[in-house]
Design a protein around this ligand. Structure first.
Ligand code: MG
Length: 271
């Protein structure tokens, strides 16, 4: 196990139930992890109005998602693909980091990207021209405009990729600090990008997301001199929520720190 290969130890998730018909408002515990750790755990349901029918519906939704996620992972394993689920708020820099990554990874690493957005091909277009296979997933196109990717959506994109010629698959999730954390899409690793323009307190306010990832890329570090952002306080808040997470301070703009990200990718790609 490499030095970057760490797994989150917080395995209990509260799921905001959601399906293609829209959101179910109450939070209900359900399993579902990128890694197999804790899959099937059920969160604390106390304090929520959870009638038996609602529980049955949500367990069915997450059960189906988790089965398809496992099938996606088996597909990746069979093809020798390492899949990474990239999550963040909108605008934190997932696409910018992926763009730098495509430009800097050695040619021997063959990359594919599933680009998740509610609408538009704007980000997929930014990633074109670097030799990576790209499959665009607009959730407004047949998936109810969902605010996250789930395992069935990712499965629907796989026929558009030639996984036999791929080493590394990035699944760029829809920009959202809540819902994407709750759906296992079948990736092997979960990574989040955090922009220092988002403030110090977000790990405390959105713990499910911060707890669900094994690596946090703290991005836009070049802006630090211009902000009131308290970096040590943010790092303490993050550590209080997910002490096991690997944290890399980077700037997609200046490329500062990205070498450590590439090292991490090289380690997780050796399977
Ligand atoms: Mg993007």
């Amino acid at each position: 196990m490499g030095r970057f290969h760490k797994h989150p130890d917080g395995t209990e998730h509260e799921h905001h139930g959601a399906d293609n018909q829209g959101h179910l408002e109450d939070q209900v515990g359900a399993g579902g992890h990128e890694d197999q750790v804790g899959a099937g755990d059920h969160g604390d349901m106390s304090g929520y109005q959870t009638g038996p029918e609602r529980v049955v519906v949500l367990e069915r939704i997450f059960g189906e998602n988790d089965r398809l996620a496992a099938a996606n992972r088996s597909t990746f394993d069979a093809a020798g693909v390492t899949a990474i689920n990239m999550m963040s708020s909108p605008g934190a820099g997932k696409t910018a980091i992926l763009r730098q990554t495509l430009a800097c990874l050695p040619d021997t690493t063959r990359v594919a990207i599933i680009e998740g957005d509610i609408e538009t091909s704007l980000d997929a277009d930014r990633l074109a021209g670097y030799g990576a296979q790209i499959a665009l997933l607009n959730t407004a196109n047949g998936f109810g405009g969902e605010c996250h990717l789930d395992a069935p959506m990712v499965a629907s994109a796989l026929p558009r990729l030639d996984l036999a010629t791929v080493d590394l698959l990035f699944i760029e999730n829809v920009g959202n600090l809540v819902c994407p954390a709750e759906f296992d899409v079948g990736a092997h690793h979960r990574v989040m990008v955090y922009s220092i323009t988002e403030g110090e307190e977000k790990p405390l306010k959105y713990p499910v997301m911060f707890r669900s990832v094994e690596l946090v890329l703290v991005n836009k570090l070049d802006l630090l001199p211009h902000l009131d952002f308290d970096l040590p306080l943010f790092l303490r808040n993050l550590a209080s929520i997910n002490p096991a997470a690997t944290v890399l301070q980077v700037s997609a703009r200046s490329t500062e720190g990205l070498d450590l990200w590439y090292d991490w990718l090289a380690e997780v790609g050796q399977r």
